[in-house]
Design a protein around this ligand. Structure first.
Ligand code: ZN
Ligand code: ZN
Length: 290
C-alpha cells in the first residue's frame, strides 16, 4: 500500500466542544504502532452513546474528540507485531476488546476484557491517540473513533469478518445489534426489575450512562430477582462480532431492517438531530468508498 508507514490526511467529524455540532475537518492519522491497525472506515452508524458523550456527559475533559464506535472497514496497514490481520481484511472495530489472554477473556462468565475501556480522559489517553488536527491530539473515544475516514485501533480491538459481508449493513453489528440482541438472548429477556418474575427473574441494564445512580426497593431482590448489567450484550468482542456477521450472511440475523436512513459523513449533524428527536432507528453514514 502506498500509504503504509505514512501519515494519512483525511476527513473526520471532530467534536471540539461539549454540546456543539461536530465539525468536518482535515485530520492527520499517524501510522499504526506496535500491535495496532490502521483501518479505512467504509460505513459507520450513529449510536445513542455517541449522543450521550456529545450532549449529556458533561465531562469537558474528553474534548476535542472523535466519536463513533459502530463501524466496518478495511485494514489499510498494520503495525509491528500484528499477526492476525493484513491489509485488505474486512474488519469491525471493537469498543469491547478481546485480548484472549487476561483472566476475564479466559472466563466464559464475562465479556469484559481487563485491557478494555479506560475513559479516564487524562493526558495519557490524549497522548495515545493517533489522530490529530491543527496540531492538537483528538481523544479517540472508546478507542475506536469511527467518525473518520481512517482510524487506528489496537489489534485486540478489531474483529475480522467474512470477506462477503456488506460493510454498509454489518457496521451495526459493532454495537446496536450485539447490544440489543445479546442483552435479550445472552443475559435475560426483561429490562425493568419490577416487571420480571419474582423468584427467578433477571433484569438487565443495557446502554451507557454515568449520570445518575439507580435504586430499587430491597424487597424486589430479597424475593429472588437478579439485577445485573451488560455491555455489548455479553458478547466477547472478536468472537461475538465474527459470529454475528456469519449469522447475518446465513440469513439467521436481521440487520437491514434497523437501517432507516443512509447519509454521508458530511451529513453527520443531520444524523445526530434525527437520533436526538427519535426520528430514526439507525442512520448509516457512508465514509470512504471501498
Ligand atoms: Zn453504541
Ligand atoms: Zn482480555
Amino acid at each position: 500500500m502506498a500509504t503504509a508507514g505514512k501519515v494519512i490526511k483525511c476527513k473526520a467529524a471532530v467534536a471540539w466542544e461539549f454540546n456543539q455540532p461536530l465539525v468536518i475537518e482535515e485530520v492527520e492519522v499517524a501510522p499504526p504502532q506496535e500491535k495496532e491497525i490502521r483501518i479505512k472506515i467504509v460505513a459507520t452508524g450513529v449510536c445513542q452513546s455517541d449522543l450521550y458523550f456529545l450532549l449529556k456527559c458533561m465531562n469537558k475533559a474528553m474534548f476535542p474528540a472523535v466519536l463513533g464506535h459502530e463501524a466496518a472497514g478495511i485494514v489499510e496497514s498494520v503495525g509491528p507485531g500484528v499477526t492476525e490481520y493484513q491489509p485488505g481484511d474486512k474488519v469491525i472495530p471493537l469498543f469491547m476488546p478481546q485480548c484472549r489472554e487476561c483472566r476475564f477473556c479466559k472466563s466464559p462468565k464475562t465479556n469484559v476484557c481487563v485491557n478494555g475501556i479506560v475513559a479516564r480522559f487524562d493526558e495519557k489517553e490524549f497522548e495515545a491517540s493517533r489522530i490529530s488536527c491543527k496540531g492538537r491530539k483528538l481523544l479517540q473515544l472508546a478507542g475506536t473513533s469511527t467518525f473518520s475516514e481512517y482510524t487506528v485501533v489496537k489489534e485486540i480491538a478489531v474483529a475480522k469478518i467474512d470477506a462477503a459481508a456488506p460493510l454498509d449493513k454489518v457496521c451495526l453489528i459493532g454495537c446496536a445489534i450485539c447490544t440489543g440482541y445479546g442483552a435479550a438472548v445472552n443475559a435475560a429477556k426483561r429490562s425493568a426489575l419490577e416487571s420480571c418474575v419474582q423468584g427467578w427473574g433477571v433484569s438487565v441494564i443495557v446502554g451507557w450512562t454515568t449520570l445518575q445512580n439507580i435504586s430499587a426497593p430491597p424487597v424486589q431482590l430479597l424475593t429472588g430477582r437478579t439485577w445485573k448489567g451488560t455491555l455489548f450484550g455479553g458478547f466477547k468482542g472478536k468472537d461475538g462480532v465474527s459470529g454475528m456477521v456469519k449469522a447475518y450472511l446465513d440469513k439467521k440475523l436481521m440487520v437491514d431492517e434497523f437501517i432507516t436512513h443512509n447519509m454521508t459523513l458530511d451529513q453527520i449533524n443531520e444524523a445526530v438531530e434525527l437520533m436526538k428527536h427519535g426520528q430514526c432507528i439507525r442512520t448509516v453514514l457512508s465514509v470512504c468508498s471501498q
